[in-house]
Every structure is written in structure tokens, then in C-alpha cells.
Write a new protein. Structure first.
Length: 259
């Protein structure tokens, strides 16, 4: 760890007040006892745009057991944020986080939950040129842990898609609908659209159209295209009365949520 990094950390901790202030001498002489302090410093450096300094702090904190620091490094490598993009490095950091056993509602729950989904995504498709081969059945297990233990909406959505297609295991429309419904209730646009299309195809036209319309209103730009295409195709097949009823129901979903 560079002298500049420790000096910056000391300045930061001196501004935190009595409740969060750390023993400055301990940070310098026994830094291994302060991984949380270095994680906080790394977060501050990242917000200032000093990403190389942040990486050094996060790496130090990660090596000394900070789950959040490992997760942050994984995200930075996955997105090429402050470091060269490296999916294999991201996978390794995410895997370390995903191995942690934490209770729902605990401080590190969000890190572990997100890491489980990230590892599942990598295992689902594999990472070319690395030892990580595509393994959908194992990806399904990671999604299941995140979905069932931590109620992660992204994991529930991915489970729904895999059960719909039979990817990684047996096909089950019933299981797919269950997981999609749970994610849709949390406001997950992809789950709302997929469940809506499933309901539309099964004859529940109004509810299906309403869910797809709700999803389109909430969709991120990256999901807008496929959700719009699905919604417009369904609307073209529906009757005028069903369309109007669905639009009204969608407005209710947007205002009051989905049950």
C-alpha cells in the first residue's frame, strides 16, 4: 500500500467524527486490522474519480476479508471500470463473494446475492479462453440460491426463463410462472414482460397485455427493444375491448403494484 493511500485514508477518517473515527496510529502501524477502514477509503477515492487509488484500497481490504471490497473489484473488472475489463478476474472475485454464507437481512446480503447471480450468468454462457466453460445446470443452482434464500428478483427472472425453455434442466411452465410472478411483483420489467407474454399465450389476454404494457413503461433502455416488440405483437392480435381494459389495468399496476 502506498504512503499516499494511507495518508489519504487518515485524512478521510479524521472527518468521520467520534462514532466512525479510527485510531490513526493503528491504520499506519497495523493496517491489516482495519480492512473496513480501507474499504471506506476506497469508496471515497472512487467517488472522487481516483479509481486506481480505489482499486489499491479495495484490493487491500479484499485480501483482509472485506466482502464488499471483493464485490466492488468484481464489478470493476466486469465493467472495465478503472481497470481493463477481465471477465475471468471478475468471475474469480464474484465466486469468492458467492461462497460466503450470510443471513438474509445482514450487512453483506446484497453483495452475496448479486454475486450469486453474476456467477450464474458467467456459468450459463462460459468465458471464452478461460477454464470457465458453459454449465447451465450449475448456473441454475446459483440462481436458485439467490432467488430462494435472498429473494433476488434478477435471479427469479433468470430461473423463470430457464424453466420456460428447459435450459439447464427439465422444462416446467408452472415453475417458470411461479418465479416470474415473484420477480414481477418486485417491479422487474423483464419478468413482467415475460410473464405477460406467457399469460397472453395461455388465453389470459387482458392480464397479459397489462403486464407487458407495465413492463414497457418501466424497462431500462437495454430491454426496451425486445419488450416493445413483444408488447406490440400481442396488441396487434388483441381485440379493441381487451386493449382498452388492459391499458386501464396497466395504469393500476403502475400506481399500486402487481399482486
Amino acid at each position: 500500500m502506498t504512503g499516499r493511500l494511507f495518508a489519504g485514508a487518515l485524512v478521510l477518517f479524521g472527518t468521520l467524527g467520534p462514532a466512525m473515527a479510527l485510531d490513526e496510529k493503528a491504520v499506519v502501524q497495523q493496517p491489516s486490522r482495519n480492512p473496513l477502514a480501507m474499504f471506506r477509503f476506497g469508496f471515497s477515492a472512487y467517488k472522487r474519480g481516483e479509481k486506481q487509488e480505489a482499486v489499491e484500497a479495495y484490493r487491500y481490504a479484499a485480501e483482509n476479508g472485506q466482502v464488499g471490497a471483493r464485490w466492488k473489484l468484481a464489478r470493476m473488472y466486469a465493467e472495465g471500470d478503472g481497470v481493463a475489463r477481465n471477465d475471468y478476474e471478475a468471475f474469480k472475485f464474484f465466486s469468492e463473494v458467492a461462497q460466503q454464507e450470510v443471513q438474509p437481512g445482514s450487512r453483506d446480503e446484497s453483495y452475496v446475492s448479486d454475486a450469486l447471480v453474476a456467477v450464474g450468468n458467467y456459468l450459463r454462457r462460459g468465458i471464452p479462453g478461460t477454464p470457465v466453460a458453459a454449465n447451465p445446470p450449475i448456473a441454475l443452482e446459483y440462481y436458485m440460491r439467490a432467488a430462494a434464500t435472498y429473494r433476488n428478483a434478477d435471479a427469479q427472472f433468470q430461473l423463470g426463463r430457464m424453466f420456460l425453455s428447459g435450459e439447464g434442466g427439465a422444462k416446467s411452465v408452472q415453475q417458470a410462472a411461479r418465479w416470474l410472478q415473484l420477480a414481477a411483483e418486485k417491479g422487474h420489467a423483464g419478468a413482467q414482460a415475460t410473464l405477460g407474454n406467457l399469460l397472453f399465450q395461455s388465453g389470459k389476454v387482458v392480464r397479459g397485455l397489462a403486464l407487458m404494457t407495465t413492463a414497457l413503461e418501466r424497462a431500462a433502455p437495454s430491454d426496451m427493444g425486445w419488450i416493445r416488440s413483444m408488447q406490440e405483437e400481442a396488441f396487434a392480435l388483441a381485440g379493441e375491448s381487451d386493449r382498452r381494459t388492459a391499458i386501464a389495468l396497466a395504469e393500476d399496476y403502475l400506481a399500486n403494484g402487481i399482486e
